[in-house]
Design a binder for this molecule. Structure first.
Ligand SMILES: Nc1nc2c(c(=O)[nH]1)N[C@H]1C(S)=C(S)[C@@H](COP(=O)(O)O)O[C@H]1N2
Ligand SMILES: [Mo]
Length: 168
């Protein structure tokens, strides 16, 4: 189950991992993503949480034109887990909601909810953690946005730390 809010249990797991000098469980239990804003259930997700969610792999060309296989979780599935309305329910005032993807360097990019919703759109925007099966380099990871089919790479946000839902 994905932990909601701050978890004391999580802090204990991290502490136990570092005391043992055992980095593997500590890394898996580290919070890497915050989901907040106009959501019913704010989330603090660990690498292990993301690994348990439905995974997608897409082939796409990066900014340099190199084709790679990117694996991760659909933004839509993460927002659903946070209790954001999706699909048929996404109408009326809810169409004024938007997603801001925020990175550790302060870079931000906005997505409207319909453009990342499979009920509206076939392009599955992903929050990826693997490139050709390997963890992303720290210069772009641990988490990065991949938007298949997008002609420019400006919204392929590197080093994502927060997904924030706002209302226009
Ligand atoms: N965090 C963060 N992500 C970012 C940017 C940035 O400045 N900071 N630049 C964007 C732009 S404009 C492009 S073209 C691509 C470039 O991706 P690359 O650095 O992996 O080639 O990253 C995007 N993601
Ligand atoms: Mo760019």
């Amino acid at each position: 189950m994905i932990s909601r809010g701050v978890s004391i249990g999580l802090a204990l797991v991290v502490a136990a991992g570092s005391v043992r000098g055992d980095d593997q469980p500590a890394q898996a239990a580290k919070v890497v993503l915050t989901v907040d804003g106009e959501v019913n259930h704010p989330l603090k997700l660990t690498v292990a949480d993301l690994a348990k969610m439905p995974r997608h792999t897409v082939k796409a060309k990066d900014h340099k034109g190199t084709e790679a296989e990117f694996t991760g979780v659909a933004l839509h599935d993460i927002l659903k887990e946070a209790g954001v309305t999706t699909g048929e329910g996404l109408r009326g005032q809810k169409l004024a909601l938007y997603l801001v993807v925020e990175a550790s360097d302060g870079y931000r990019a906005v997505f409207s909810l319909p453009e990342i919703d499979p009920a509206f759109n076939d392009r599955t925007a992903l929050l990826v953690d693997l490139r050709d099966g390997k963890a992303l380099a720290s210069s772009e990871g641990p988490l990065r946005i991949v938007v298949p089919g997008e002609k420019r790479h400006a919204r392929w946000v590197r080093q994502v730390v927060t997904l924030r839902v706002g209302k226009a």
